[in-house]
Design a protein around this ligand. Structure first.
Ligand code: BGP
Length: 472
């Protein structure tokens, strides 16, 4: 059963909701720049206005309160607080986040704060190539120190970094995110720097004696072998060694899986790891209070020879079935699972995979868990002033049930944050891929908010502490 203090929540990120991209002293982030390069996002969409949460936060948080949310997960925009990435604090930025935090608290909603959700200050990219350099550790830690000083008196849940594995993959392997590179060695080095940043910030938080809980959120997909052939079983093992466990271990154990690391070393793409790194990472792994998991889908793995298929860009149009096979030659390839349904963006729908993910992470790391994102991206239609999103209700009900199954197996799950509260900007898919409980008409300059059927569904889930979906 869900504990009586279980945190039912919903999540967003600064760039995807705030808008006001050049207002009140905010500096330029790498995303402000990236969206202006032709062809980088779906039909050139950007977050200049987004949902205008910057000006509409009171209305949005009032709706959250009406739904009964126990927590609102949002991220801080680094360039709103430190327009140059370091140096002088922009008090207007601090004021905005104080307002959000206080507005949440007014309704008894626990603010869950992500310090970094991909909108790196452009100055740091220009000065030293951002995540490619170890210099990021110092700048990020100083930025986090300011966030703690200003907000930790009221914030009990801190997520240092959101999905470091995704932004380094998309930024350094697939060139779909800034800085738009395709260099595997750089990807693994940048990922290593994210782990160092996490560790340094966690250590600071603990040394300063703040009372809240701190962790980071990794995108996690459990894996299945595509068949019972030894080749596919081995491909699945290799996937865990170089992806799932690889990404998690460095944050939660302070070291990489041995086989995976050695393989990358042989390929000449392993990151540089110093003795000091390992000491810091191991210390922080112990100090972290929880592991954040963003779960959307599982992966089905098959044998991929050394001259096999490489990584390919994915479906950003919503044309079902348009994605191509993708993999890492010599390790694995990801194939379609014939037993499962897919979304219009070709994301597999696999609630049981969530139960498996929660159990395997618990078994491996023995930490409390937070689901910091889970949800369904879909085309929604307004009909007679309503949005009947039964497909989303079905998706969420099954995934919440999957959380319950994991709880029954002894997983210590503290929170579930659905992605997202209102419809928001999808980084590469524009405004047509919708996740929210609240529909926003982006064609209308007033950006009107409309509660979908899923709003009421989740309201009942929260009101009954999950019992409403367990009854049948
Ligand atoms: C996660 C990100 C979110 C969000 C979500 C949905 O990877 O942390 O910011 O965007 O995925 O992804 P998408 O918008 O691509 O469908």
């Amino acid at each position: 059963m869900f504990k009586s203090d279980f945190l039912w929540g919903s999540a967003s990120s600064s760039y995807q909701v705030e808008g006001a991209f050049n207002v009140d002293g905010k500096g330029v982030s790498i995303w402000d720049e990236w969206v202006r390069i032709p062809g980088k996002t779906f039909k050139g969409t950007n977050g200049d206005i987004a949902t205008d949460h910057y000006h509409r936060y009171k209305e949005d948080i009032a709706l959250m309160a009406e739904q009964g949310l126990k927590t609102y997960r949002f991220s801080l925009s680094w360039t709103r607080i430190l327009p140059q990435g370091h140096g002088k604090v922009n008090e207007k930025g601090i004021e905005f986040y104080n307002n959000i935090i206080n507005e949440c608290l007014k309704y008894g909603i626990e603010p869950m704060v992500t310090i970094y959700h991909w909108d790196l200050p452009k100055t740091l990219q220009d000065d030293y190539l951002g995540w490619e350099s170890r210099q990021i550790v110092e700048d990020f830690t100083n930025y986090a120190a300011i966030c703690f000083e200003r907000f930790a008196d009221r914030v009990n849940y801190w997520i240092v970094i959101n999905e470091p594995n995704i932004f380094t993959e998309l930024g350094y392997l697939l060139a779909m995110h800034p800085p738009g590179k395709t260099d595997m060695k750089l990807k693994f080095q940048a990922y290593h720097h994210t782990a160092l940043v996490h560790a340094s910030v966690v250590k600071l938080f603990k040394e300063k004696g703040y009372s809240g809980m701190i962790g980071s959120s990794i995108a996690y997909s459990n894996g299945y072998p595509a068949s019972d052939t030894l080749e596919d079983i081995e491909a699945c093992r290799r996937y865990y060694e170089t992806v799932s466990y690889y990404n998690m271990d460095i944050y939660s154990k302070g070291e990489y899986p041995e086989w995976g690391f050695n393989y990358l070393k042989e390929m000449g793409v392993a990151p540089e790891v110093t003795l000091e790194d390992t000491i810091l990472l191991k210390e922080a792994a112990k100090l972290s209070d929880f592991i954040g998991i963003n779960y959307y889908q599982s992966n089905t793995l098959a044998y991929n020879p050394v001259n096999g298929v490489g990584l390919t860009v994915f479906n950003t149009t919503g044309e079902k079935g348009s994605s191509k096979e993708s993999g890492i030659p010599g390790l694995f390839k990801m194939v379609r699972n014939p037993n499962l349904e897919y979304t219009d963006w070709d994301w597999v729908i696999d609630p049981q995979g969530l139960t498996q993910s929660l159990i395997e992470i618990t078994n491996r790391y023995q930490k409390p868990l937070i689901i910091s994102e889970n949800g369904l991206g879909a085309f929604d239609k307004v009909e007679d002033g309503r949005v009947h999103d039964d497909y989303r209700i079905d998706y969420l009900a099954k995934h919440i049930k999957a959380c319950h199954d994991a709880l029954e197996e002894g997983v210590n799950l503290l929170a579930y944050c659905a992605w997202s509260f209102t419809d928001i900007l999808s980084w590469l898919n524009g405004y047509q891929k919708r996740y929210g409980f609240v529909y926003i008409d982006f064609e209308d300059d007033n950006l009107p908010r409309l509660k979908k059927d899923s709003f009421l569904f989740y309201q009942e889930v929260i009101e009954t502490n999950g019992r409403s979906i367990l009854k049948d």
